[in-house]
Design a protein. Structure first.
Length: 80
């Protein structure tokens, strides 16, 4: 079980997309193999939008991520 960083709901890991923070940049981790702390997100539009608007500190990553970086990350996912 993991918590979505957008809606904070708990769900099975397989239904959430994993991402990590690499040198200040959010990176999708489709293979779930990147080292370090990861965070999870439902790919539903409401969760993605809530993630982009949330406060900068992501507890699951133990780091602050600026809003511009979260918006870039979300836009990158929507293009692929």
């Amino acid at each position: 079980m993991r918590s979505c960083t957008g809606c904070n709901a708990r769900d099975v890991q397989s239904s959430l997309a994993r991402f990590t923070l690499v040198v200040g940049r959010l990176v999708w981790d489709g293979g779930r193999r990147r080292p370090g702390r990861g965070a999870y997100l439902h790919l539903r539009p409401d969760c993605v939008e809530a993630f982009a608007r949330r406060k900068p500190f992501l507890r699951s990553l133990r780091a602050s991520v600026p809003r511009a970086e979260r918006e870039r990350f979300v836009a990158e996912r929507s293009l692929s």
